[in-house]
Design a protein around this ligand. Sequence first.
Ligand code: GLN
Length: 309
Amino acid sequence: MTSTSVDYQKILNQINQEFIDQPRSGKVASYIPELAKVPSNKFGMHLYDLDGSNYCFGDSQERFSIQSISKVFTLSLAMKVMGDKLWNRVGVEPSGDPFNSLSQLENDSGIPRNPFINAGALVVADVLVSSFSNAKAALLTFLHEITGNPQIDFDPVVAASEQSKGYRNYAMVNYLKSFGNIENDVEDVLDFYFHQCSIAMSCQELANAFIIFANNGTTIGSEREFLTGRQVKRVNALMQTCGFYDEAGEFSFEVGLPGKSGVGGGIVAVHPDRFAVAVWSPPLNPKGNSALGMASLERLTTLTGFSIF
Ligand code: GLN
């Protein structure tokens, strides 16, 4: 079956109909106070096909806090600036632990298991703070360039809200620094990290941004190469094995695509050579991943027959 023989819009409509009136399972994240204010019934999905077509439903154009989805963008930028030396400071193994766990760092001497758990993302943040005179501006520029959309920005209220309660991340970055795996002032690293997590994007914008991971590192339309094929292979491999923390196996099992979640309730997934798709529903399952987001993507790969397996 080719992409063109599948009626994506019909399938998205079906997914919407199946779930729209179902009671939502899970809980909206509340450890970041601003996120607790987001209505739990928000639900949207956007699929961007490599042929340039767009398919969507629901709240797909409303911006939300992308949170850990931002780790894919910061990793991409760090791979560009640091090359393979990055892997001396962060591993590439699934952790099997929750995203905010501190427990493995002691045994692993401050080398986080992978770049998508918080410890790994904080090391990546440190790399970017060291590499750019203004890392926050560099991250936004990267996002503006891969999307062609200069409107994408941080949400300073969400960043401040997380900073006010970010006790575990403060503990984590100080702990990493005690092992010598943070070069910069911990406040500077955390300021960058809380801002990257606060970026507000819609499902449409996320699907647009992630199309480079479905297209060998190159945007469609403008055909600009941002990552090499080898780098994209690695980012997708990490999304597949680590993108959902201690639920990465379940996501592979149910959905079968590389993807990344965030505690704002967003999930983005890619089918290399076919599409990028983003879904948003704020209530999270106990592993911190959008419950309805996962269910919707399971329906998408089942109804289309398109998973990578
Ligand atoms: N900013 C959040 C945190 O550090 C991101 C976590 C997530 O989305 N899984 O806790």
